[in-house]
Ligand binder design. Structure first.
Ligand SMILES: *Cc1c(COP(=O)(O)O)cnc(C)c1O
Length: 368
């Protein structure tokens, strides 16, 4: 039986001893070594992906949601609310269903991947499509949560980041040490902040994402790592506030999960980048889709477009030498490719061939 990440890392999470845990067995996702990437092999670089698409609802959001919903339920909340580009709503809907509480989700008009919408709907969330983008939805849910007894489960809810930091723990536990570089897609910027918190806490340092005990968390007394990775954050060019140095009013990208112009964890992510001596970079939609297809084709790994920007960034920095030869690099693949089948179909080059149900016809295709 999968116990879920709260049980596994309970000693390092702000969860009461008698709390009733809401879990779907999230976490413990595969860390896969990429084998067929010449850029890495030629430079003796160990390149791994943390395949977060294998969480219960198909994205890393489940790590934060098990914590946020557990806290909400144990505080007596009867309803949760979020704005979402898709995956947060899918996860909130599933964990709320599990807990038996209501879930309201605000999604942007039109630009939501089909799989994600299907998930929110089948789990019985009230889905509200706002005529605006994610940032509009975010503004609205914050206003509602300030007025009504509904728990906000976006990553401004500090327990989300607490749950998400466990991915860094898993990586260190598995590799035996932190990697030299950690690469992530950056949208609302909660996840890069959460990983930095996880790596920092494992090395015995508090970060400013720690909201509950003034940097005096008991678990900081027991460090298990003696170094920290450099945090590399990658964005889509049409939605790259960290590259522009300011908020972006009309974010645009095919990678809908990172189509965000006003990241809520702006300060935390800058701190992660600065403190770790990392950097941000940006990639075009074309480069993102090319990397998504390459991972599927070369490695058998299907991630959604937003996830692929982490690998696009890693390969670019490996080629330029910014990531030196001999390094260990981990890229987070944030969500499963099945979330967005339309995009995968659109960029598949091999056409489906239709033939009569006869041996000769099939032979002709296979044997020529
Ligand atoms: C939410 C999400 C992101 C962005 O993560 P942030 O914490 O908002 O920066 C990236 N990829 C996928 C698939 C996501 O669901």
């Amino acid at each position: 039986m999968t116990e879920g990440l709260i049980e596994r890392y309970r000693a390092r999470l702000p969860v009461a001893d008698d709390a009733c845990i809401i879990t779907l067995g999230e976490g413990d996702t595969p860390l896969i070594r990429l084998e067929n990437i010449p850029e890495a092999n030629d430079r003796n670089i160990e390149l791994f992906v943390k395949y977060e698409g294998l969480n219960p609802t198909g994205s890393f959001k489940d790590r934060g949601m098990t914590m946020a919903i557990t806290r909400a339920v144990n505080e007596g909340s009867q309803a949760v609310l979020c704005a979402s580009t898709g995956n947060t709503s899918a996860s909130a809907a599933a964990y709320a269903a599990r807990a038996g509480i209501a879930c309201y989700v605000l999604i942007p008009d039109g630009k939501i991947a089909m799989g994600k919408l299907a998930q929110a709907m089948i789990h019985g969330a009230v889905v509200i499509q706002v005529q605006g983008n994610f940032d509009d939805g975010m503004r609205l849910v914050k206003q509602i949560a300030a007025e009504a007894p509904i728990t906000l489960v976006n990553s401004v809810n500090p327990y989300r980041l607490q749950g998400q930091k466990t991915a860094a723990f898993e990586i260190v536990d598995e590799l035996g040490a932190p990697p030299d570089f950690h690469c992530l897609p950056v949208g609302n910027a909660g996840n890069i902040s959460a990983y930095w918190t996880g790596y920092s806490e494992y090395a015995g340092f508090p970060t400013r994402a720690c909201n509950h005990c003034d940097g005096q968390c008991p678990w900081l007394a027991e460090p298990v790592a003696d170094k920290l990775p450099r945090m590399l954050g990658y964005q889509a060019s049409g939605a790259a506030p960290f590259l522009r140095g300011k908020m972006v009013e009309q974010p645009e990208t095919v990678a809908s999960a990172i189509r965000i112009g006003r990241p809520q964890s702006w300060e935390l992510a800058w701190a992660a980048s600065r403190e770790s001596e990392g950097w941000f970079d940006e990639f075009s939609d074309e480069e993102i889709l090319k990397t998504q297809a390459m991972l599927a084709d070369n490695e058998g790994i299907f991630c959604e477009p937003a996830s692929a920007v982490s690998v696009a960034g890693a390969l670019n920095d490996i080629e330029s030498g910014k990531i030196p030869g001999g390094s260990t690099v981990v890229c987070t693949l944030t969500g499963h490719g099945l979330k967005d089948p339309d995009i995968a179909m659109r960029q598949s080059t091999a056409p489906v061939q239709k033939v009569p149900a006869e041996l000769d016809a099939v032979k002709r295709v296979i044997l020529g």
